[in-house]
Design a protein around this ligand. Structure first.
Ligand SMILES: [Fe+2]
Ligand SMILES: [Fe+2]
Length: 155
């Protein structure tokens, strides 16, 4: 992968991470007063770290971090409008899982594609971001399972 293509790919992650900060901060506001709200806020903080570390890698390659606009809607596809406007916890968790899984897939693919061509630091940044997305996915999935169980118990 040449450097221009790599910068383009990194800008996609930069945009995704920025979009996720907005998403999780809006969820923080929507669920204020709940434990989930604190998780969304903390998750947004970690996505901010990803924005910063991706931006630093883009600059090291001679590029400038560029926001590509809304990259979440294509990930969520047809359900985007409804899933993001419905603020129920179940839908929110499902949307978050879809987005985190897309991030994980794409981080994994880029890590495998660049191999060691761009040095160990970029690879390490991408690997650490991947692990963070993995833990976010795990928590959202666990909470969604709890939610499903509680609905079964209540009904
Ligand atoms: Fe992230
Ligand atoms: Fe994440």
């Amino acid at each position: 992968m040449d450097q221009t293509m790599l910068i383009t790919r990194l800008n996609w992650f930069y945009s995704l991470e920025l979009n996720q900060i907005d998403l999780y901060m809006s969820q923080y506001g929507n669920f204020l007063g709940s434990y989930e709200s604190i998780v969304f806020e903390r998750t947004a903080f970690i996505e901010q770290e990803h924005v910063d570390n991706i931006a630093a890698q883009i600059r090291k390659l001679g590029g400038s971090p560029t926001k590509l606009g809304d990259v979440l809607s294509p990930i969520l596809g047809k359900v985007a409008g409804s899933i993001l406007s419905i603020s129920g916890l179940e839908n929110v968790l499902k949307a978050n899982i879809l987005i985190e899984q897309k991030a994980m897939n794409d981080y994994t693919e880029l890590i495998n594609t660049i191999q060691d061509n761009y040095g160990p630091e970029l690879k390490k940044v991408l690997q650490h971001n991947l692990v963070d997305e993995d833990t976010h996915t795990a928590w959202f999935t666990m909470r969604l399972a709890d939610y499903d169980n509680s609905v079964l118990v209540d009904s």
